[in-house]
Design a protein. Structure first.
Length: 689
């Protein structure tokens, strides 16, 4: 029997026990005889014998263990933020097992499908591991050359402990979190798989391959917990008559980079990002300049210097700068704080503050202290997160986790939010947020997973800092934090701490190489951390090339452009006055748009080249090129074809830092001193002769 759905460009065909869905770009074939299905697109690989599974009563059961496999109903036409498509539900039943549903959505003119599994049964059903899809049957397209061998991207769960993104080739056995890309680096064709809902589960994606040219196992599952998620406890159980997995995105793309950006936009369709009507925040953060030695003099002197020496030269956005306290702002006395904030506002600047809402830094002797805002009703011992035996969870980086669901925690959020608002802060950096997403026993019995608790607590805090509550916009920044959820902050630091050395810049750009797509989708801006032009408090001075490369990396990140130096030092002041007077560089930073990596197959390292098509100048491409070697000069060469440009044309090349012009044909070649970087504007001139 052949039947067309109402969405006439999506084919729905049924023959014997097979149901075939196709939109010409992605296709599914569901086998009602054995409970498996296959999936394919136009690129890289095709999956066979895909199963969904769950862990229950000590064993794992998958769709092949069921006796009956059937359509729940005829495919229904849907129209939503993803477009016009169809939704098909397959139900698997056996007398001794809970029912397992597989949901599929496929849309017109879209190279992806969406899927979710649902376990249903008695009211007391519970599960802490749901496999959305798993297969050992992969038909892998052979690479034309060894250079195009399939690469697997490992995305870290958070940005703590200087974790890196990594691309790997076979043999491998790896786990990515929330999303992965499998791609051929030269052709750039690839497959994107990632979760789209982030309010209950932590999602893991396991990929195993024993030899080149093979893919032996692929699994996307809900219920990840372990060292990389900072958990010492197993993932919490989800309860109810219906236990749903996250919604999962599976996309086939001719350029995996377009696929990652499409995945970012798909997340925004499920849960919109937090809107920000202002421009890119420009300014300063205190951490690198002073760390624990922060005092009144540095804070006020910085605002004075930036007002006097750099703002008139162009370093500002929308007429202002943010002057932000990091940790140890409480070194100032109340009188000093009041005067410092008044001084900043007199300079036309906006003050910013810092807080760790889900981490406690006190000693055991302080467990009995009253929690702020609770009038002695709760102590810190009451609100610390514990395991199911009642023991306080092990600390992370010296901080103990606070339970985001405890009423004492919520009262504490109210107290601090009211304090920050009353003091006039307009920017808040929230740090060590992963503490709030740890698995444990939460105060609210209906919240049983770490991500559900984090989602609950962060949404509560964001509401307290909203323009409606504060009476003004407050920019919310996440520092050390899980990649998701994203809907309660305007920016997230794309990496862990970054200072001024060239190895710091390379580390930051490793995160940009594989996380650029979050800018403008999950978060309004990527945060590249404070830009250290000269030296941080605990490092030796950088060379001028190192310092300028650090600034270049921040500019191309998307960006939150906060400086990180003590400008009472002569060299730091010189660099700021010299470099922050460049209108071409500052115009790029004000765009708030991230550059895209040219190449992604760099293992644990960063791409050396990134590009951006200017939104108001589509005929020009900006190319940032880096030399990560601190000791030796280098020559970098990039083919115009890899930049999406015409190899048969000539291009005018303008160096934004040096103001120099040159010309390039099929390739652009750049000579760089040790630790140097350049940003080049490539404008088409004429056809080659």
């Amino acid at each position: 029997m052949i039947r067309s759905s109402e969405a006439d460009v999506i084919g729905v065909r049924e023959t014997d026990s097979l149901i075939h869905l196709s939109n010409g770009m992605a296709e599914l074939e569901i086998n009602l005889a054995d409970g498996g299905y296959s999936a394919a697109g136009t690129t890289v690989l095709a999956w066979k014998e895909i199963r969904s599974a769950f862990r229950w009563n000590g064993r794992e059961y998958h769709t092949g263990h069921y006796d009956r496999h059937m359509k729940k109903e005829e495919p229904e036409t849907v129209q939503d933020g993803f477009g016009t498509g169809i939704h098909l539900t397959i139900v698997h039943e056996s007398d001794a097992l809970p029912a397992l549903e597989q949901h599929f959505w496929i849309y017109e003119n879209s190279p992806f499908f969406l899927t979710r599994v649902v376990l249903s049964g008695e009211a007391d059903l519970k599960c802490n591991r749901l496999t959305v899809l798993r297969t050992n049957g992969v038909a892998l397209e052979q690479a034309a050359t060894k250079d195009d061998e399939l690469h697997v991207l490992r995305v870290p769960y958070d940005n703590d402990k200087w974790v890196r993104y990594v691309t790997e080739t076979a043999p491998l056995d790896t786990e990515s979190y929330e999303v992965t890309a499998l791609f051929q680096p030269h052709s750039r064709r690839g497959l994107i798989v990632g979760s789209l809902s982030h309010n209950v589960w932590k999602t893991g994606i396991r990929v195993k391959s024993e030899k080149p040219g093979t893919l032996d196992e692929f699994e996307c599952y809900a219920g990840a917990a372990g060292e990389m998620t900072r958990d010492t406890q197993p993932h919490g159980y989800v309860h109810g008559p219906r236990v749903e997995s996250p919604l999962v995105f599976v996309g086939f793309y001719d350029d995996y980079r377009a696929g990652m950006e499409a995945y970012g936009r798909a997340n925004e369709e499920v849960a919109p990002s937090l809107t920000w009507e202002g421009g890119v925040p420009f300014g300063w953060n205190s951490w690198s300049a002073a760390m624990s030695s922060l005092d009144y003099e540095l804070y006020t002197a910085t605002s004075d210097f930036l007002k006097r020496e750099t703002q008139e030269r162009g370093f500002q956005n929308e007429g202002t700068l943010y002057i932000n306290f990091d940790a140890f702002g409480d070194n100032l006395t109340p009188a000093e704080m009041e005067d410092a904030l008044a001084r900043v506002r007199q300079n036309g600047h906006k003050p910013g503050t810092y807080w760790t809402p889900f981490a406690f830094w006190g000693s055991p002797a302080q467990f009995g202290e009253s929690v702020e805002g609770t009038d002695g009703k709760y102590t810190y011992a009451d609100i610390l997160l514990r395991d199911h035996e009642g023991e306080i969870l092990a600390d992370i980086a010296g901080g103990l986790a606070i339970d985001p669901t405890h009423p004492g925690t919520l009262a504490r959020m109210d107290w601090f939010a009211e304090k920050f608002i009353a003091e006039g802060f307009e920017y808040i950096k929230l740090d060590f947020m992963a503490h709030g997403a740890l698995e444990g026993k939460h105060h609210r019995p209906d919240i049983t997973t770490g991500i559900a608790a984090y989602h609950y607590g962060l949404s509560y805090l964001a509401a307290r800092l909203s323009p409606e509550a504060a009476g003004r916009p407050v920019f919310i920044n996440l520092s050390i934090a899980p990649l998701f959820p994203y809907a309660f902050a305007h920016s997230r630091r794309i990496s862990c701490d970054v200072f001024g050395k060239i190895e710091d810049t390379e580390y930051l750009l490793n995160s940009l190489t594989h996380g650029w797509w979050m800018n403008g989708t999950l978060y309004r801006f990527n945060d590249p951390d404070h830009s250290v032009l000269y030296k941080s408090f605990n490092q030796d001075p950088t060379t001028r090339h190192e310092g300028r490369s650090r600034l270049t990396a921040s500019v191309i990140s998307g960006t939150v452009l906060l400086l990180g130096d003590d400008f009472r030092q002569e060299e730091a002041a010189w660099r700021a006055k010299e470099w922050l007077a460049n209108p071409d560089i500052l115009e790029l930073a004000r765009l708030g748009q991230t550059f895209v990596p040219v190449e992604g197959n760099r293992g644990k390292h960063a791409s050396e080249a990134f590009l951006l098509t200017h939104p108001n100048d589509p005929d020009s491409v900006y190319l940032a090129v880096f030399n990560f070697d601190a000791d030796s000069p280098a020559q970098k060469s990039v083919a115009m074809e890899r930049l999406g440009l015409d190899q048969a044309a000539f291009y005018q090349v303008y160096d934004l830092w040096e103001g120099m012009e040159s010309e390039a044909g099929a390739r652009v070649t750049v000579s760089l001193e040790p630790a140097e970087s350049k940003i080049l504007k490539l404008s088409r001139k004429r056809e080659s002769q």
